[in-house]
Design a protein around this ligand. Structure first.
Ligand code: SAH
Ligand code: SF4
Ligand code: F3S
Length: 487
């Protein structure tokens, strides 16, 4: 993690260092010079705005960008009326992708009124050559385009963009590099995502992530532990360990280590109260992990275990490398060991060749597992993935009808599942003032359920016992049992 560096002591008359992260500090200092000059010119502090379009890993990357932008002197803005706007894009489904093009038109309008405005695009969409070509030719007002592998180089690229009249484009196909010790921000003072690995080697046949995020790379355990220790020293009580497939953590390290072993080490960090992780792939979920979760006092009672489909035939076509039986067996092992655990999942409807019978198997699986909640997605054809070339893409109206049926089933069961905790008293980590009613503070149970409790702002970041008085479908209304923080 970042140690406050005094950028002003860096000599910019020398050549930039070759080593990382020192090289980036040098460029941060250079950017800071530019930002100070801009401040004089416009007579106010320049501002920035970053927008995350994707998953938790995408959000974590935005926090890194925010950290660097603040370090070089920008102040945060509430919206796109800012001097530096960065869209951190996602391409997992077509609609994520389309949203970005829509918003770019709007940005162009703002830039016309504010000509020194900088526009940067990064994230997964930028790893697709066709996208970059479209931006290069059709969206010439964009100043900077970079990808997922070189985000650490943001300061260096921004320094180039500040003085260039041309669009700066820097995209790497892949990398084996992990640069540590750069500045980073946190959205919440009391919780943080922590990358434990990058990339994905699974190549599920529908998924573009391995193509845009590159091969799987695990961070060294000592770097992860050091980052968490510093976060805890800075007030963090909950961490979310992030990776596309955390269950295969550590396989490619010089000294291999399992995910369960890493969790045991994280558990030992004093002051840390809650550990979450995502995402688990069913094919790699080990008995060792279940045992560690069972013994743990800190690992939250929640597992997100994407099933994608309930049909073994479709799972095979998806290249998921497990079947219905294996998945059900996992669920029973997990529930036998940790009875109060919440299980959530991801489901895809309309994978090429999905028949009514396959779909009914998915519904059947939802009924058998009884998920506490599930994200349901309509299959989106991603160019370059094996599934995009499969015949029998399912007609839109069939998919839509199945999607609605699935959503209804998922929601009915999720509401029934929530009911079971009503009346219990459980610890809640308070996270924010409720959006709609400021007399309520919103927090989460260990199992990730949302609880609203009458209270005050100063509760945020603390954990206290709450009696769950009433379940309203997907959340609880609770009452604070003891004002004192538990643990
Ligand atoms: N690595 C995680 C998921 C990452 S993407 C895992 O394997 O579980 C998050 C979710 O998006 C996936 O679980 C899947 O349900 C969905 N998804 C991915 N590609 C998709 C596509 N082409 N169409 C629709 N949904 C997709
Ligand atoms: Fe995509 Fe599969 Fe990797 Fe998840 S495990 S990111 S779904 S390829
Ligand atoms: Fe999207 Fe990239 Fe995440 S494609 S879901 S932002 S890894």
């Amino acid at each position: 993690m970042y140690n406050e560096k005094d950028l002003d002591t860096i000599d910019l008359n020398t050549a930039p260092p070759a080593e990382e992260p020192e090289r980036q500090y040098y460029f941060m200092a250079k950017c800071r010079q530019y930002v100070r000059e801009l401040e004089k010119k416009i007579g106010r502090r320049p501002t920035f705005f970053t927008q995350t379009f994707g998953c938790q890993m995408n959000a974590r990357d935005s926090e890194k960008l925010t950290g660097m932008l603040k370090e070089i002197g920008y102040a945060p803005a509430e919206n796109e009326s800012a001097d530096f706007v960065i869209y951190n894009t996602c391409t997992v489904r077509e609609n994520a992708n389309n949203k970005v093009y829509g918003r770019l038109g709007y940005l162009n309008g703002i830039k016309k009124k504010n000509p020194h405005m900088m526009i940067g695009l990064c994230g997964c969409m930028m790893q697709e050559p066709t996208v970059v070509e479209r931006i290069r030719t059709g969206y010439r007002f964009v100043d900077l385009v970079f990808g997922t592998h070189n985000i650490y180089k943001f300061a260096e690229l921004a320094a180039a963009a500040f003085v260039s009249s041309e669009m700066i484009i820097d995209i790497w196909e892949d990398t084996d590099k992990i640069v540590e010790d750069l500045p980073s921000e946190r959205k919440y003072p009391f919780k943080s995502g922590v990358n434990i690995m990058f990339g994905c080697n699974n190549f599920c046949s529908y998924c573009i992530v391995p193509y845009v995020r590159g091969r799987e790379r695990s961070r060294e355990p000592k770097e992860i532990l050091r980052e968490i220790e510093r976060l805890v020293a800075d007030g963090v009580v909950e961490v979310m360990l992030l990776g596309q497939n955390v269950n295969s953590y550590g396989k490619n390290l010089e000294q291999p280590m399992t995910f369960a072993e890493l969790l045991r080490e994280v558990e030992k960090i004093e002051g840390l109260k809650r550990i979450r992780f995502m995402t688990s792939h069913p094919k790699d979920l080990s008995d060792e992990l279940i045992a560690v979760m069972k013994e743990s006092k800190k690992i939250c009672r929640h597992i997100h275990l994407p099933i994608q489909s309930g049909s073994s035939r479709i799972l095979k076509l998806m290249n998921r490398r497990y079947d219905r039986e294996h998945y059900l067996e996992l669920i029973s092992k997990i529930r036998a060991a940790i009875p109060d655990i919440a299980v959530t999942t991801d489901l895809i409807v309309g994978f090429p060749g999905e028949t009514e019978k396959d779909f009914e198997e998915t519904i059947d699986m939802v009924r058998k597992v009884r998920y506490d909640s599930a994200f349901t997605f309509i299959y989106s054809r991603r160019t370059g993935t094996p599934a995009a070339a499969l015949p029998e893409q399912v007609p839109q109206e069939v998919v839509k009808e199945r999607f609605d049926r699935l959503l209804k089933e998922v929601q009915t069961i999720a509401a029934e599942q929530s009911e079971r905790l009503t009346g219990q008293t459980l610890p809640v980590l308070f996270e924010e003032v409720n959006d709609h009613d400021s007399s309520l503070i919103t927090g989460r149970l260990s199992n990730n359920s949302v609880v609203h409790v009458p209270g005050t702002k100063d509760m945020i970041g603390t954990i206290a016992n709450v009696r769950l008085e009433e379940c309203r479908g997907f959340y609880y209304i609770g009452r604070l049992c003891d004002a004192k923080t538990v643990f």
